[in-house]
Design a protein around this ligand. Structure first.
Ligand code: OAD
Length: 243
């Protein structure tokens, strides 16, 4: 912990990458691990363009189930600490999340790079227009208010490419930062998993926060093992009190 505080004290620029683990303490299941979503559901049936083409209502059922679950959850102290980090480091702070749950924004983070989209946004498969949750009728098969085309969740599915602008931004930020945090991510899904590698091979120090070791641990300068909602507020308190 002391080493991590010192790394934070010496940092001019900070990048944080988060994954499903940061929202676990809010009650949102992660994807991998023993109670992970991908243990109960098949990604091929629910999170691919082919699945949506074959059975759009099944895919919508899965996303609407998750929307409802997330709406019942609240941001936890880890999300709140990251919002404080943004306030403190201002433009020298960037948050990249693989999560689609909107909890960072609800905790007060203003600039969030959503690597895999957002479950509360949709886009039309016909006219490509985007809509926020509440701007369209969330029926079993939601339709576009503009052209009546079929709406789809505005998330990245397996087999789909990421928005090249987002990818470029994330790669650039990771290669230019002094300090990179990987928080609550298993580090196995690329290209997100390459961001700590890019940071490390540039000039950054890497701090990992996770309840267990991951492939990121091999390159991490400091591994803080434990729950993000407990570790991050402690780290931040120490930093603020010592600086
Ligand atoms: P995973 O479910 O793969 O990994 C979650 C990580 O969080 C694991 O390494 C856990 O050990 C860790 N973890 C669990 N609880 C934690 C806690 N309280 N504090 C800290 N760490 C904790 O989730 P991601 O790495 O986010 O993609 O998965 C990456 C992508 O795979 C997701 O964005 C999603 C999924 O398929 C798409 O949907 C495109």
């Amino acid at each position: 912990m002391e080493k991590a505080v010192n790394l934070l004290k010496n940092a001019q620029k900070v990048v944080v990458l988060t994954g499903a683990g940061i929202s676990a303490e809010s009650g949102i299941p992660t994807f991998r691990g023993k109670d992970g979503l991908w243990k109960k559901f098949r990604a091929e049936d629910l999170a691919t363009p082919e699945a949506f083409q074959k059975n759009p209502s099944l895919v919508w059922q899965w996303y609407q189930y998750r929307q409802e679950l997330i709406l019942k959850c609240q941001p936890n102290p880890a999300h709140k600490t990251i919002a404080l980090m943004e306030q403190y480091f201002k433009d020298n702070f960037s948050l990249i999340t693989q999560n689609v749950d909107n909890l960072h924004q609800r905790a007060g983070s203003k600039r969030v790079i959503e690597f895999h989209g957002n479950i509360f946004k949709t886009r039309c498969t016909k006219c490509n227009k985007q809509f926020l949750y509440g701007e369209y009728e969330n029926t079993p098969l939601p339709r576009c208010p503009n052209c009546n085309g079929l709406l789809r969740p505005n998330v990245v599915w397996f087999g789909e490419s990421l928005d090249p602008n987002i990818l470029y931004k994330a790669f650039t930020l990771s290669s230019e930062t002094d300090l990179f945090f990987a928080i609550g991510t298993s580090g196995v899904v690329y290209p997100a998993a390459s961001l700590p590698e890019i940071a490390k091979s540039s000039k950054a120090k890497v701090i990992e926060v996770n309840i267990e070791k991951t492939p990121i641990s091999y390159i991490a300068d400091e591994i803080l093992l434990g729950k993000a909602g407990e570790i991050l507020p402690k780290l931040w308190d120490n930093f603020i009190n010592e600086k």
